[in-house]
Design a protein around this ligand. Structure first.
Ligand code: NAD
Ligand code: ADE
Length: 406
């Protein structure tokens, strides 16, 4: 696999993303004038996309020196990595890294003794905690649901060594990025890899969190019949009342044409499910790690594996049926497409930029997972509304008094 990219294409991609990231652009301009991150060293473990480049340029505009590594071995856009190197960012990333290369890139970034760690999935935060010689950091920021869960586990074991801000939990992140971002980009990934028609297909979505419901909603919008599988009774009930069929995976496995996992859990689709699937079933994952579809077991029951294209493998099972695995079970939206659209990453990464400044200014001493300050979440929402040209009503004095009167 190619390790280098096309610099000029990368610069154009980044400029395209910035056009559609108006909130981050405002923050970048402000950072450029105030330099709030002067002399700050940041290690960023993020999908190396054009949107991430816009964030890194914002942090650099604020005066930070950034060391960038990918948060998935297959999600790097080599053109973007080349462009970032050209503008002075330290990048160790290429598409198709081995697991060893992936973790040694993280080690390299941590060896730069960053003041702040920005992470997506918590591999960098966990790697830091596995090191015996501790260097001091002001804190870290975590981008995704699975990463927040991993940090929470460290906190519960009393092993967490610094403050981590759960950027994922900002309302202007999870309500939009997880839902509308993944809803669109996961289907985009499946379409780019397979060119299938969604209309009339039976799409099985595992997990009805924000990611699952975004995907289910968009698949229905394309004319698919959608089945949801869940383990949480309340979320299952929500899916029922949103109009989806809900059933155990074993039953759904016999009916689905396309399967998309979005649970943050492992072996959600396993041998007993593969064995009853229809000829031609397509398997894709939108959850953070490549464990949601039991890929090892799938290969183990295969009589033949053939690459159809760089994203799609045809797996002939010993029972004679063929199923298709996308992105080797890794994040389908980032491996087979370009991740979330810039407009939605505008909000996620504006939270990242503003929370970075918050960590630098406050240097909190608590070894805790904390939420994004409400002022930051609201600021991102206001700026995004402004960028959309949308105005909203304001409470009158009389209304404020009324609401406060109970
Ligand atoms: P969430 O925890 O809110 O939702 C996951 C849902 O899956 C829960 O309702 C849970 O009950 C359900 N679930 C767990 N095990 C299950 C099982 N065996 N079968 C069926 N359902 C099961 O999480 P979320 O915010 O929706 O995120 C889901 C995953 O997607 C996480 O790994 C997250 O990190 C990742 N994510 C990916 C992207 C992307 O770009 N692809 C973007 C955001 C989040
Ligand atoms: N996660 C999902 N989509 C992304 C994107 N476009 N850039 C960075 N991280 C992402």
């Amino acid at each position: 696999m190619e390790k280098t990219g096309d610099l000029s294409a990368g610069l154009k991609k980044i400029s395209w993303a910035e056009t559609y990231m108006p909130v981050l652009s405002i923050i970048k301009q402000d950072f450029l004038e105030r330099k709030p991150l002067k002399k700050i060293r940041i290690s960023a473990t993020l999908h190396v996309t054009k949107e991430t480049a816009a964030l890194i340029k914002t942090l650099s505009a604020g005066g930070a020196e950034v060391f960038l590594t990918p948060s998935n071995p297959l999600s790097t856009d080599n053109d973007v990595a080349a462009a970032l190197r050209e503008i002075g960012v330290h990048v160790m990333a290429w598409r198709g890294m081995s697991n060893e290369e992936y973790f040694s890139a993280i080690d390299w970034a941590l060896s730069q003794k960053p003041n702040i760690i920005i992470d997506d999935g918590a591999d960098a935060i966990v790697s830091y905690h596995e090191k015996s010689e501790a260097f001091q950091v002001f804190g870290a920021l975590e981008e995704t649901t699975t990463g927040v869960r991993r940090v929470k586990a460290l906190e519960e074991k009393k092993a967490l060594r610094f403050t981590v801000i759960a950027v994922n939990n900002a309302k202007t992140k999870w309500l939009f990025d997880n839902r509308y971002g993944t809803g669109q980009s996961a289907l985009d990934g499946i379409m780019r890899a397979t060119q299938i028609l969604f209309a009339g297909k039976c799409v099985v979505v595992a997990g009805y969190g924000m990611v699952g419901r975004g995907i289910a909603n968009r698949a229905r919008g394309l004319g698919s019949k959608v089945i949801v599988t869940e383990v949480d009774p309340i979320r299952a009930l929500e899916a029922v009342m949103d109009g989806y069929e809900v059933m155990p995976m074993l039953e759904a496995a016999r009916r689905g044409d396309v399967f998309i996992t979005a649970t943050g859990n492992k072996n959600v689709i396993d041998i007993n499910h593969f064995e009853v699937m229809k000829q031609g079933a397509i398997l894709a994952n939108a959850g953070h790690f490549d464990v949601e579809i039991n890929v090892k077991a799938l290969y183990a029951i295969a009589s033949n594996v053939r690459e159809i294209n760089s994203c799609t493998e045809e797996i002939t099972l010993k029972n004679g049926k063929k199923v298709y695995l996308l992105a080797k079970g890794r994040l389908v939206n980032l491996v087979c497409a370009s991740g979330h659209p810039s407009e939605v990453m505008d909000m996620s990464f504006s939270n990242q930029a503003l929370c970075t400044e918050f960590l630098v200014n406050t240097q909190p001493k608590e070894k805790k997972l904390i939420e994004v300050p409400e002022e930051i979440d609201k600021k991102v929402a206001w700026l995004k509304l402004k960028a959309f040209g949308v105005e909203i009503d304001k409470l009158s004095y009389e209304q404020e008094e009324y609401l406060a009167s109970w």
